[in-house]
Each structure stands twice: as structure tokens, then as C-alpha cells.
Design a protein around this ligand. Structure first.
Ligand code: FES
Ligand code: FES
Length: 162
């Protein structure tokens, strides 16, 4: 067992865990932050997305010990207009993917603001300032929704970019 200091949603938690424990399992099982969901547990669905220092990551693919001292934000620590937009635009059905979708969208918007292009960006040296529906769908393609709420998810993200 090793002692790990996990800084999450503005507070520091000290937990003893095995070095092989994923950040996702540490958040859910050690810290009780069950808003972050386990879907595939192998990096394919995005349900486990959290923010680390503002960047989106799949927490199932990372070890908790790697993130000692980093600033982690889970859905429990999110206060963003996207949450109301998801409600307004039917951005979910069962809701299982939603916390990952929202954390991922926050990270994605920051990437876009920083000028990062996507696979469908036409002009790589001058990415469009406005996110088209196609850009949003491409940039969010790592987050699957088994309920197929993709239209509402894209509309919700588009709404907060206007
Ligand atoms: Fe992490 Fe699916 S649970 S990507
Ligand atoms: Fe059910 Fe996305 S709302 S999986």
C-alpha cells in the first residue's frame, strides 16, 4: 500500500491504496465520488472522464498514484452552464454517460479556445472561431452515449458556445 494525496474538487484527501489502483476506482471507491462512471474500464467509452489541471482524461486508464498533487475536478465539483443546457436540450436519457460528457465538453471547449484543431478542422493554421455541429461531434467522439442522445448533447454544447 502507498499513501497518495489526491487533490479533488478543491480539497486534499489522503488515501492508502495499492499502486495498481486506477484513478477511477480511487475516486469512486476510496473517496465516494460516484458521479464519475465506469463504463468499459478500458478507454473506449468516456464515461469516466474527469478534468486534471483543466484537461480531460479517461480516469480508468490512469493510476491514482500518477496524479498525486494534481488538481482533479469531477462532476461533483463542476459548476458550469453546460449542466443547465443539458437539461434544457434533452442532452441525456438514462444519464449514465452524462457526467463524462459534461467533463469532456468542458475540456474540449478549453482545447478549442487554445486553438487546437480537430480531425475535421479545414484550416489547421487558423481553426474556426465558432464550433460547428460537425466540429463538436468530432471533438466529442470519445464519449459514447448508449441512449443515443447525441443530438441533445451537441445542441447543449452549441448553446453554451453562442
Ligand atoms: Fe473509462 Fe470507458 S470507463 S473510457
Ligand atoms: Fe444514457 Fe447517455 S444518456 S448512455
Amino acid at each position: 500500500m502507498v499513501e497518495v494525496r489526491i487533490r479533488v474538487n478543491g480539497t486534499t484527501e489522503v488515501v492508502d491504496l495499492e499502486p495498481r489502483v486506477s484513478l477511477l476506482d480511487a475516486l469512486r471507491e476510496q473517496l465516494g465520488l460516484t458521479g464519475t462512471k465506469k463504463g468499459c474500464n478500458q478507454g473506449a467509452c468516456g464515461a469516466c472522464t474527469v478534468l486534471v489541471d483543466g484537461e480531460r482524461i479517461n480516469s480508468c486508464l490512469t493510476l491514482a498514484v500518477q496524479y498525486s498533487g494534481r488538481e482533479i475536478t469531477t462532476i461533483e465539483g463542476v459548476d458550469h452552464p453546460l449542466q443547465a443546457a443539458f437539461v434544457k436540450n434533452d442532452g441525456f436519457q438514462c444519464g449514465y454517460c452524462t457526467s463524462g460528457q459534461i467533463c469532456s465538453a468542458i475540456g474540449m471547449l478549453a482545447e478549442h479556445d487554445a486553438g487546437m484543431p480537430s480531425a475535421v478542422t479545414e484550416h489547421l493554421c487558423a481553426p474556426e472561431t465558432e464550433l460547428s455541429n460537425g466540429e463538436i461531434r468530432e471533438r466529442m467522439s470519445g464519449n459514447l452515449c448508449r441512449c443515443g442522445a447525441y443530438n441533445g448533447i451537441a445542441d447543449s454544447i452549441q448553446e453554451v458556445t453562442r
